[in-house]
Design a binder for this molecule. Structure first.
Ligand SMILES: O=P(O)(O)OC[C@H]1O[C@@](CO)(OP(=O)(O)O)[C@@H](O)[C@@H]1O
Length: 434
């Protein structure tokens, strides 16, 4: 990473780690400031970053060297694929040194500069740093603000932004004011181009993403998986209620798009919403192949080995002639890109697909994500922020069967089973009386 303080470098780094890890690309963040904090126990004031402060310069250079060493060790000895070195790297000399050391150890460097001269963005980044950085724990907002501004001034004295002429030999992506302009130089590999494409889709405007499963279907009632069944009567009630919930809870709801899969149950759920609709094949439910149309009990009887193998490793298990959760993640990549790009959207889709989308926003590990609880008749609101995603669940208060199958059994859970709700979520009211 390259850039002055408060340019969103850590935010961007964190997002890339989350995105690539979700795609099963082994990615890790190496933050120079945490090396400085952990190894040197320094909780600095801005003067620590004064370029003329010889004492602190030694500590900063040491932390930087340690972080680079850790990157090389992880890439080479632990088969890492993408390491993100989150530091400032503001001078050309420093960047050339970093590039050389990495190349000497067979690590291909790609620089990502966040250049920002838009005061409003910098101000909001400073507020984020104040609330999330360990450097400012217990410090007031005005103290943190002044301190970061002084730190920025010190860095500005020797900042050399990247440019196409002077840095023509380096691979780099330069973001100007988030993504109002992007300069790309010498992007050579597929992975580098994926990162560039992902970053181009990021924005930092506050927004919500709304998610819902379709209403209860006839197949859900019968405990069958897959298929293309119609909604049950209660499913239809949910579709009607969803319209009211949207008008009540979704700000600017006239303006948002509704995305569904190509299957009947999601389209029937969206039918009363007046918003523009988009159908995505990529949002179709996980393909259960030769188990499509069976109950879990029937699968356990007819394909006992498959049943056990799926419970053993649900993320990797691929149904005969069908898909695994890993396959679903791969086909959802364009959806994630679009979701990053959008400001307000409601996605109506299926249990497995929602788990995968949810896993991306919540940064959940692969072994856990296929076991998350996503109950029927519940509207979920995601609020992506710099330090994570806030989840709010709004229950429609319309009964539905549970489609949640515990590990090691073929039985479905109790109706409305919420036992697997993830920690840290805010679960809001059910809508009784509305
Ligand atoms: O991965 P598991 O837990 O089996 O969940 C996926 C299953 O959920 C179901 C319901 O049981 O999805 P859907 O919401 O589309 O009806 C099945 O069609 C699908 O196979």
């Amino acid at each position: 990473m390259v850039g002055l303080p408060a340019r969103g470098k850590s935010f961007i780094s964190y997002k890339i780690v989350r995105y690539l890890s979700w795609l099963s690309i082994k990615t890790k963040l190496f933050s120079v400031s945490s090396y400085r904090r952990e190894e040197y126990q320094v909780q600095p004031t801005a003067d620590f970053f004064d370029p003329n402060n010889e004492e602190s310069k030694i500590i900063r250079e040491q932390a930087n060297e340690d972080a680079i060493k850790a990157v090389i060790q992880w890439m080479n000895d632990e088969n890492g694929c993408v390491a993100i070195l989150d530091g400032s790297n503001v001078t050309r000399q420093k960047r050339e040194m970093v590039a050389q050391v990495l190349k000497d150890h067979y690590v291909e460097p790609l620089f990502l500069e966040s250049f920002c001269d838009d005061e409003t963005i910098v101000k909001s980044n400073i507020l984020d740093i104040n609330s999330t950085s360990p450097d400012y724990v217990g410090k007031s907002q005005s103290y943190a603000q002044d301190d970061i501004l002084t730190k920025i001034k010190y860095y500005e004295t020797h900042y050399e932004p990247m440019d196409l002429e002077a840095d023509k030999n380096l691979s780099f992506i330069k973001l100007i004011n988030i993504n109002s302009q992007i300069i790309i130089n010498k992007i050579e590999s597929y992975l580098e181009s994926r990162i560039a494409f992902y970053i181009m889709n990021l924005h930092i405007k506050p927004r919500y993403i709304w998610l819902s499963r379709h209403g209860e279907s006839q197949y859900n009632l019968e405990g069958k998986i897959g298929g293309d069944a119609d909604l049950s009567e209660r499913g239809m009630q949910y579709a009607r209620k969803l319209k009211d919930m949207v008008s009540k809870y979704v700000p600017n709801h006239e303006k948002f798009e509704v995305w569904t899969s190509t299957l009947r149950r999601t389209q029937q759920t969206a039918q009363f919403l007046p918003n523009p609709k988009k159908q995505w094949k990529a949002l179709d439910e996980l393909d259960a192949g030769s188990c499509d149309g069976l109950t879990y009990q029937e699968i356990a009887e007819q394909f006992p080995d498959d049943f056990a193998a799926r419970d053993e490793n649900k993320f990797e298990y691929r149904y005969r002639g069908g898909e695994s959760y890993r396959d679903v993640v791969q086909r959802l990549e364009p959806i994630i890109m679009e979701l990053e790009n959008q400001e307000n959207v409601l996605v109506i889709t299926h249990q497995a697909v929602l788990r995968c989308i949810y896993a991306y926003f919540m940064n959940s590990p692969q072994e856990k994500s296929p076991w998350m609880s996503i109950p029927l008749h519940t509207l979920i609101r995601l609020e992506p922020r710099a330090d994570g995603t806030i989840v709010t669940r709004i229950k429609a208060n319309i009964p539905a069967v549970s489609t949640y199958k515990e590990k090691g059994t073929s039985k479905l859970g109790e109706s409305g089973n919420d036992a697997h709700t993830m920690a840290g979520e805010v679960i809001t009211s059910d809508l009784q009386g509305h």
